[in-house]
Ligand binder design. Sequence first.
Ligand code: GLP
Length: 234
Amino acid sequence: MEIIRAPNYEDLSKKAAIIIASQLIQKPQSVLGLATGGTPEGLYMEIVKLAENGTISFAQVQSFNLDEYYGLAASHPQSYHSYMQKHLFSKVDIKQENIHFPDGMASDMQMFCNCYEQAMGNAGGIDLQILGIGHNGHIGFNEPANCFSASTHLVSLAESTIAANSRYFDSSADMPRKAITMGIGTIMRAKRILLIASASKRAAVERMLYGPVTPKFPASILQYHTNVQVIYYG
Ligand code: GLP
């Protein structure tokens, strides 16, 4: 793993944006795995600037988002789909047909998850996967468990995740209790991974980097990936 310590959030966002930009410059038809949450907002802001000044283009990019709340339509204001439209997709030249998202409303969840995995495979696999991290070590919505998950699946969210993410909803009762997420196997198949974490995640980042590799702390599996960059501050 390459560990980069940034002096502050702005610098972290800029460094992460440069890594994505260099990926797109080297391979304009890259397949990106994208993350949501508070942490990547600054990164997307920097990426939009680079797209607006013509440094990068999303015209040939395909994107696959990590996760989505179960039971929320794409149009729901708190869906991760809406988040991506707001922070990135509506501001860059990505083609709508190249945007792939877990469907929180899929009627046959197993079939949807299989198709999502197949679509990633058909696109050639993820070239660069962006990740955040939860305090409990979750990546995507892969919560602490007894074993690592192989592929995209439906999960029940941990109480700590519900508590952390309820802030985005009118009340905790409105926060979905389940989500669809790429599995740990899906994430590990990405050719390259960039994980970003802000100051409040310092303990989680240190446990991920130096603790034992265990499904009880899912992000620890990244110690076994051969091409991971971690940018954090704090
Ligand atoms: C959510 C997302 C994760 C993200 C995590 C951290 O639970 N499913 O993909 O990494 O939040 O979010 P934040 O950056 O808001 O702390």
